[in-house]
Every structure is written in C-alpha cells, then in structure tokens.
Design a protein around this ligand. Structure first.
Ligand code: F6R
Length: 606
C-alpha cells in the first residue's frame, strides 16, 4: 500500500524524494507527489499515474528546498486523480499517509460544521484539515499534529511537513510501518528501510502508536501515551544491488532467477551442513502440540495449504489452514495445545496481523514465517522464522513463496521428529534432498526457453485451467493466481479429481489446461484426469519429469520437462515453471509485469 518518504537534508530534497519513491513504487503507483519547504514556503507537486509523470512535471515545474515529504499512492478512498494525490495540504500543513483513517466520516462532519472546506475524496485530507484547524487556534505544529493524531482511528503511517518549518517532520505510526533513518546532520523517514537504503543504513523502526518529532539533530520519539521512549537504532544490511534489476528486464525475472541462491541461504540456516536435524532460531516442541492453525493471504496462503500436506503426512499433526480475512471475523475457537502459525512476506499484511492478534492469549504459541524480520507480524510473534529471500520488489510473489515453502518443510520435519514420526535415517534422507534443491532449481530454470515458447501460445487464451493432485493442488492454485495477476488472463485451479464434478464443462478445443504432474505416487490418478481433458479436446500443457512425459505425454499440446526430485519437495521445484509461465505470458501480452494494474505489495489495509 502507499509509500511514504521524508527528508530533512543538506541537499535539494526533490531528487532525493523521487529516487526514494522509485524504491517504494512497488507499494502503489496510481499517483505520486512531493512537498518541500523552501525559504519558509511550503509547496507541492502531484501527478497521476506512474512516478515518471511526477518526475516529468518536476522538470517543468521544479521544487526547491532541502526539506520535504513524498508519497506514492495505492488508491483506497477516491479515484486516482491529481486532487486525490498526496501530499494533502490544508493551509500551513502538508500530510502524506499510508493506511485508512476509519473514523474520517465523523471527523469530516465535525470539520464541515466548523466551516472547513474539503477539496478531495480522501480520508487523508481530514488529517490535514484538523491539523490546520489546531494551528489556527494557536497550537504549535507539534501540538497540532499530536492533537490530531489523538483523534485518529484506523491504521496509518503519517508524515507532516509545515510551512515556515524547514527543520521539522512529524512522523507517526499506528498499524502501518514507518522507519526513521539517521544520516550525518540529515534525517529521513520512510515506509521501509529499502526506501532509505542508499541514504543511510542506520534505522529506527517506530513501534505501534509512536510519534516522532524529527529534526536534523535527531528524532524525539513518544509512545501513544505521550511518554518519551527510546527505540533501538539498528544498522541494517540492505545493499543497493538487492533492490536493483541486475541486468534483468523485470524484478520478477530477477527474483525467479535468484531462487537457487536464496533457498540455499534458507537451507543454510535451518539445516546446517554439519547436522541432520532442523535448527530453529527459538524453542518449539511439537510433541506438546495437538493442532496447528495456519493463516495467511494470497500466495502466502497457498504456501500454508502446501504445508498442510507436509505437517499432516510427515508429522501426523492435524492442521487447519485459513485465509486471514475470513479467519479474523469468523472468530473460530482455538482449542488448548494449538500452535498458531502466520505466513507473510511483508510481515505487514493487515488481515494476517489482525488474525495473529486474535490468536494472542488463545494459542499456546504464535509462530510466524516472514521475510522482513523487523515487521509487525515478526515482532508480535513468540517466534519469527525468517525466510532469507531478500527484498522482493516484483508485486507478484515468487522467491518469497519458495523460501516460505522451504522453511515450512523444515518446520514440518522438525514436527515429525518431535512427534516421533521420523527416524534419524529418514530425516537425513530429507536433509540430503533439501540440500540438493538449489541445483535442482537451477536445472528447472534451464527450461526457461521451452516455457517461454509455451507461454506464447498461452498468451492467446482467454481462460486457463490449472490442475494438480496432492501436493500439486496448492501449486495449481498458486500457478493460476500468478497467471491472472500479471497477465490478466482468467485462470482457475482445481484439484484434478474435482474436474468431473463440474469444471469439466469448461473444456473445449480453446481451453489450455496446465497439468502439474510429477511421476509420483498420484501420477496414475492425475494422468487419468488428464486423459479426460484430452478426450474433450482440451489443450494440455503437461509439466512433469522425463519418466512422466515418456509415459503419458504423447497427445499433449506441449510438455515441460522438470528434473526428478523427492516427492515431498516437488512443490518447491514446480513453482519455477508456474512462475515462468506466468511471467512469459505477461511479457508476451505486454502487461506491466512488476506493477500489475490495481495491485500493490504489502497490503496494509483490509
Ligand atoms: C501474489 C501476492 C499476494 C501476497 C499477499 C500476502 O503474488 O504477492 O497474494 O502473497 O498479498 O502478502 P504477504 O505475504 O506480504 O502477507
């Protein structure tokens, strides 16, 4: 969701703000804007569409000043338009906001009663107008902003900039992340550390309810109760190359290609070479657990559905998996001896965080599998398991998914050992196979050209079906999600066995059907379902290994060959062709791969 940045610097702020917004553009790209204070005067520039439109505007209408705030928007209240773009200004204050002010209607009514005028359809303008009202009543900028903040409900990260104040930004966090960056005589504010990476590596993360008075001398942070608090300043390690395309056409292509390396990193942490046991960064004893509840959204949810098979089959542990937005409002009972596990790349997804908070005090232990160790979900868990994927910039999740799967598989193996369902020999067998994954994934990536050619054909389809059985079923769901989100082709996934219970009616000579079917224990069943499609002239794109293709690939539309791998590991391997198929289809269709329409990464609103 929207990206925020702020600078109190020693150089012109506009180019720094625009560069930082580029690194935040993955959060939203409906419109963008900046405001600066120069010689005491607050001014702003805003443009609809991608950030490049704002850059172009600034060429013709530059903004001087060494202090400023900036924003890239993912629209919630009000369509993308210049008037709805941030920063929102009311008199002497400009505000940028990520999140939703839930009580904006009441606040708006109150402000209208006071004769204040609204010019936008946004909830954020309320914040600017309230602050302006308090400034007019004679409050200082800090008091005006704090008085406003005290009345806001909902989830937000906010930054305020004031006319006449060249050494002041007020930053506040409730529900949406916000980081303060410390430079030499300069200070920065950003939605995440990535935005600030080339500016500083010294970061203070605001905690829930914190407000910071930021000047070039530093940041004075108060908690929601108004008490001065000390928040740790960390030196973070995000090298600028990690947020670079490294010669690839898209971040998504780079992130798909990176999977052998990042998975190797995850394996190094969870299955150190000298041991054949799983090493976790904290204590979990699965022998004391009767049930596992897993909750997430989108791709992370499909990682959970995959892991359900592992926990149930290998560790014999009953698992419930749910979509966070359903779980949180269903208010399910959480029986004794339940371990709750939340999976999230960003660690900030609003629904997943709310589901986690629901389980606090109810579950025996809260675990999370996250890519951002400083995220809210990580911090509010009893134990956070990092996935070591590195920054994921492409909006469509790829390397985070396979790293999530790797960590979840390691966790399932730990559960199996704790519960006495895995012998040391079998555990060693898994460890060897998992350590071989980076090589196997590299071999899968070599099928890039074959998949690109298949994607040319798929790109002409209006609808696509994905089929899989067992561990391939959740992967079929993920494959369909990837395809629809970046190529805009309608795609659905079914468990192969479900096909004849309805969806088979869709099959005709125009329907590509992607069948994910390694030569595994369910292969014969899966092939029978594939034959049902072929019999109805469906175009089968079979993804299997050499044995599977030799045995059943004769009449298919096209076949993609994967290396052989231990059965339990196949979802991690088969994610590669599913991702590449979506990627090349989107490229063939000419869509915006890294920033697909209507989407944003890090969904910090419900
Ligand atoms: C799809 C995708 C989304 C995310 C979902 C959860 O490619 O990226 O479906 O998986 O929004 O996000 P996180 O993992 O950050 O909680």
């Amino acid at each position: 969701m929207c990206g925020i940045v702020g600078v109190l610097g020693n150089h012109e702020a506009a180019p720094i703000l625009v560069e930082a917004l580029k690194r935040l553009e993955y959060r939203g790209y409906d419109s963008a804007g900046i405001a600066t204070v120069n010689n005491g005067t607050l001014r702003r520039r805003r443009a609809v569409g991608k950030l490049v439109n704002l850059s172009d505007l600034l060429v013709h209408e530059p903004l001087a000043g060494k202090s400023g705030i900036g924003h890239t928007r993912w629209a919630t209240h009000g369509a993308p338009s210049v008037s709805n773009a941030h920063p929102h200004r009311a008199g002497a204050v400009a505000v940028v906001h990520n999140g939703i002010i839930e009580n904006y209607k009441e606040l708006r009514a109150e402000l209208l009663n006071c004769g204040m005028e609204f010019r936008t359809e946004t909830d954020t303008e309320t914040v600017a107008l309230m602050t302006e009202r308090y400034l007019k009543e004679g409050l200082t900028p800090v008091d005006a902003a704090f008085t406003t903040l005290n009345q806001l409900e909902g989830a937000f990260a906010l930054a305020f900039l004031f006319d006449g104040e060249e050494d002041l930004i007020i930053a506040a966090r409730k529900g949406s992340p916000l980081a303060i960056g410390h430079g030499d005589g300069e200070m920065f504010v950003g939605s995440d550390a990535i935005a600030l990476a080339p500016l500083t590596d010294r970061i203070t993360y605001l905690e829930e309810g914190d407000r910071a008075v930021v000047t070039r001398a530093g940041a004075e942070i108060r908690n929601a109760q108004g008490d001065l608090v000390n928040r740790e300043t960390k030196t973070i390690q995000i090298d600028a190359a990690q947020v670079d395309k490294a010669g690839h056409k898209h971040f998504m292509a780079k992130e798909i290609a990176e999977q052998p390396q990042v998975i190797a990193e995850a394996i190094r942490h969870y299955l150190p070479v000298e041991e054949d046991t799983v090493r976790l960064p904290g204590e979990v004893d699965f022998s004391q657990v009767d049930r596992l509840t897993m909750v997430a959204c989108g791709t992370a949810y499909y990682a959970c559905v995959t892991a359900k098979y592992w926990f149930e089959q290998i560790a014999r542990l009953p698992v419930e998996v749910d979509i966070a937005s359903e779980f949180r409002y269903r208010e399910p009972p959480v029986p004794a001896k339940t371990l709750a596990l939340f999976v999230s790349q960003s660690g900030e997804t609003a629904d997943t965080l709310a589901a986690l908070r629901y389980c606090q005090e109810k579950a025996d232990k809260i675990l999370s599998v996250v890519n951002v160790p400083e995220s809210s979900i990580a911090r509010e868990s009893d134990l956070a398991l990092p996935i070591f994927a590195g920054p994921e910039i492409g909006v469509a999740s790829t390397k985070a998914f396979t790293c999530q799967l790797t960590v979840l598989l390691a966790l399932a193996l730990k559960a199996a050992c704790d519960r006495g369902h895995l012998s040391p020999e079998d555990m060693a067998g898994y460890a060897t196979a998992i350590r071989g994954l980076p090589n196997v994934l590299s071999a899968a990536l070599e099928q890039n050209e074959a998949i690109r050619q298949a994607a040319q054909k798929v790109s002409e389809a209006r609808d696509v079906l994905f089929l899989g059985r067992g561990l391939m079923y959740p992967l079929a769901l993920e494959g369909a999600l990837k395809l629809k989100e970046i190529s805009y082709i309608h795609a659905e996934a079914y468990a192969s066995g479900e096909l004849k219970h309805g969806p088979i009616a869709l099959i005709d000579k125009n329907m590509p059907v992607v069948v994910l079917t390694p030569r595994d224990s369910l292969f014969d069943k899966s092939v029978s379902n594939m034959q049902e499609v072929l019999a109805r002239k469906g175009k089968v794109l079979m993804i299997s290994d050499q044995d599977g293709i030799d045995e059943a690939g004769d009449d298919v539309w096209c076949a993609i060959r994967m290396p052989k791998v231990k059965e339990a590991l196949s979802p991690i391997l088969y994610a590669i062709p599913a991702q590449l198929l979506a990627y090349h289809t989107a490229v063939a269709k000419g869509t915006d791969v890294d920033q697909p329409r209507n989407l944003a990464k890090s969904v910090t609103v419900e």
